[in-house]
Design a protein around this ligand. Sequence first.
Ligand SMILES: [Zn+2]
Length: 237
Amino acid sequence: MKKEDFVPLLEIQSVERKIQNITSSIEKENHRFDQLNSLNQKNEIKIKETKERVEVIINSLEDNEKQLDQLSESLIIKEKEMMKVRTNNELIKIEVEIKKTREQINLLEESMLSLLDEEEQKKGDLDQFNIFNQNFKNSYEEIQKDIEKENYQLFNQKKSLETHLNNLYRDLPKEISDVYVTLKKKHTSPIAFLETNRCGSCKTLIDHLSIKSIESFSAIVLCPTCKKALVATSVQY
Ligand SMILES: [Zn+2]
């Protein structure tokens, strides 16, 4: 390893900080989506609830249909029985049963009609919710376009910084870039300067042997306390 190998590191750290700042500014713009997102969330909940209700209605209708078939069958049987009765008492009894069955059939038919009404209404609701969904995508894209248009410079700046960053990484020897990428997971600024004999970040005293390696750029030395990579200030000159 030599001094030139460490030069891109500082630039990388500074470019990454700039990109981070731009990303934060852009993220603030994303608040424009908040209201739309919350409406969309409500809409999705309504769609889910409505679909569930439609399913319940369809199942109830099937059940009611079966009951209706059974009642109609038993009505036919009872009407046939009525033809065969011999006593007045029997006749009264069967007439009561027939009346009761007819009432049950009426109730069932009424309930089925109201279920059918509700099903139709729910399906109309679903159409409305789906129209919102389609419009949502359009509004979302419109806001996205506005953000990109109004922050054209930021987006451009970010893009060119990212290209620059890729080039810097390409110039960096693999063993240094591997260490740097690992450190970056813990630190936003993984590089600290060696200031006299201390870590420039946490001020820990650094031993002589390490200082020698750092100043000769012969190895990557991490601060024993904050674990940042220590770089000699002479890298800048
Ligand atoms: Zn330190």
